[in-house]
Design a protein around this ligand. Structure first.
Ligand code: AMP
Length: 295
C-alpha cells in the first residue's frame, strides 16, 4: 500500500493504472477509521481493480464552534486497517495541499436539500463536503466512489452534485455498520463516556420502533402517495411523536431533529412511503450523533 501526500503523487499513480486499463474506486474519509469505513473499502475492493482511500480532516466542513481540533486522528492505525482491507493507495494531504493560499472556489448546492436536517444547525457543512469531494474526484478521477448510508443527507447531496455537474463517477451507497446494540459506528462515539455510550443506543431503539410501527398494518392509512407503488402508508404526524417520546425517556439525550423526509429530495413528507428516510440527530452530553433508517 502506497501513501501519497501530494496531488501530483496520486495523479502519477492513477495515470499508470488507467494506462493499464484498471478501474479505480475511491473511499473518502476523515480517518479515525472503524468497521464502517472498512466496509466501504471492502466493497470498493470487490468492485474495482484499484482502491484509493483519502484520509483528510476537512476544515471547511467544520463550523468555528465544532470539533475540528479535537477530531480523533490516528493515521498509523488507519493505515493498518486500510492495508488489511486491500487498499492500494492512501491519500493523506496536508491542509495547504488541499487549500493552497488564495483558495477561493467552492461547490455549493443552492436547493433546500442542504438546508434540511443537519443543514439547519450546520449551515456551511455541505458546502465544505461538496468542495472537498469534488476536488478529490478531480485528483483521483475514480470510476466509482463509496459513501455510507449512515450519512444519508451527505449521500443524497453528493448524488445531486454529481448529477448536476455531470461528474463522470458512479456513487455507491453502502449500508450502515452498527455495534451489537445497534449504535451506528462513528468516530464521534469515542467521545462518549460509559453512561453516555449506554444512553446513545436510544437512537437506534427509536428508529426501530418507528419502523415497526410503520410496518404494523393497523396504523396504516389506505392511501398511496402519488407516484409510489400501492401499499400501506402511515402518516408522519403519528410516527414523529412516537420517536420523540422514546428519546424523551432517555435523560442524557437531547433532540436536535427528528424528521421523515423523501429519500432523494430530503423534503419532509406527510404520508410515509417506501424509500423515505427517518432521520434523527441527538446530543448525548456534548456529542452530536446522527442516524437514519430507510422505510
Ligand atoms: P467520515 O470519516 O466520518 O467522513 O466517513 C467517511 C465515510 O464513511 C462516509 O461516507 C461515511 O458515511 C462512512 N461511514 C461512517 N460511519 C459509517 C458506518 N457506521 N457505516 C457505514 N459507513 C459509514
Amino acid at each position: 500500500m502506497k501513501i501519497a501526500t501530494t496531488i501530483e503523487e496520486v495523479r502519477q499513480e492513477v495515470r499508470e493504472w488507467k494506462r493499464q486499463g484498471l478501474t479505480v474506486g475511491l473511499v473518502p474519509t476523515m480517518g479515525a477509521l472503524h468497521e464502517g469505513h472498512a466496509s466501504l473499502v471492502e466493497r470498493a475492493y470487490r468492485d474495482c481493480n484499484r482502491v484509493v482511500a483519502s484520509v483528510f480532516v476537512n476544515p471547511t466542513q467544520f463550523a468555528a464552534d465544532e470539533d475540528l481540533e479535537s477530531y480523533p486522528r490516528d493515521f498509523e492505525e488507519d493505515c493498518r486497517i486500510l492495508q488489511r482491507k486491500g487498499c492500494h493507495l492512501v491519500f493523506h494531504p496536508s491542509v495547504s495541499e488541499m487549500y493552497p493560499e488564495g483558495f477561493a472556489t467552492y461547490v455549493e448546492l443552492t436547493s433546500d436539500m442542504t438546508k434540511q436536517l443537519c443543514g439547519k444547525t450546520r449551515p456551511g457543512h455541505f458546502k465544505g463536503v461538496c468542495t472537498v469531494v469534488s476536488k478529490l474526484f478531480n485528483i483521483v478521477t475514480p470510476d466509482k466512489a463509496y459513501f455510507g448510508e449512515k450519512d444519508a443527507q451527505q449521500l443524497a447531496v453528493i448524488r445531486r452534485m454529481v448529477f448536476d455537474m455531470a461528474m463522470d463517477v458512479k456513487i455507491v451507497g453502502c449500508p450502515t455498520v452498527r455495534e451489537a446494540d445497534g449504535l451506528a459506528k462513528s468516530s464521534r462515539n469515542d467521545y462518549l463516556n460509559d453512561d453516555e455510550r449506554k444512553a446513545a443506543c436510544v437512537l437506534y431503539r427509536a428508529l426501530q420502533a418507528a419502523l415497526e410501527y410503520i410496518g404494523d398494518g393497523p396504523h396504516a392509512v389506505a392511501v398511496s402517495a402519488p407516484g409510489t407503488s400501492a401499499g400501506p402508508c402511515t402518516e408522519a404526524s403519528n410516527v414523529l411523536p412516537l420517536i420523540r417520546n422514546i428519546i424523551a425517556e432517555e435523560p442524557l439525550a437531547e433532540i436536535d431533529y427528528i424528521e421523515i423526509v423523501d429519500g432523494e429530495t430530503l423534503q419532509p413528507v406527510e404520508i410515509i412511503k417506501a424509500g423515505d428516510l427517518i432521520a434523527i440527530a441527538i446530543y448525548i452530553g456534548k456529542t452530536r450523533l446522527i442516524d437514519n433508517v430507510r422505510v
